[in-house]
Design a protein around this ligand. Sequence first.
Ligand code: SF4
Length: 186
Amino acid sequence: MAETRASRNLRVATVSLAGCFGCHMSLLDIDERLFSLAGRVVFDRSPLTDLKTLGECDLGLVEGGLCNAENVEVLRRFRSRCRVLVAVGACAINGGLPAQRNALDVGDLLEAVYARDQPGLAPGSRVPDDPELPLPLARVHPIHEVVRVDHFLPGCPPSADVIWAFLSALVEGRDPTPPRDLIRYD
Ligand code: SF4
């Protein structure tokens, strides 16, 4: 895979699919080191910019796995627009916490939450079926089951240090594979 040249700004998009935003918080935990990227990194679509459309990007950072049809659509768009795609965190890499529902039937789960006699449910409550709602997938999937992934940053979340090591290497045109001692698998 050809890596980004150091000679121009890196255009970066980020997204949270079936995740908790913890990986994005870890990105922000890079703290003041982020300032050294000013002028070298431009953020495209991201919760950090609130842009809703995705342009052509050098780098796409994907937090979270795939729990519904909209996640799949967004992920495919990221793959088609981002030259380098990164699975950030356990949920993107193996489904993480949301994948704990995989042993159960999604229809049963929805019925249990919305439609069975539960304290606090209004009489006549039923499973939401508005066509605007994204269709849940039967299982939560890691992103590499749907698109090609160029790099994996494990951890729940990956530390700010490992994200920093990865990003700064890419910006400087070096091999972004993070040092082993920064990788963790929680
Ligand atoms: Fe949240 Fe951990 Fe999943 Fe990141 S890997 S989205 S921190 S649960």
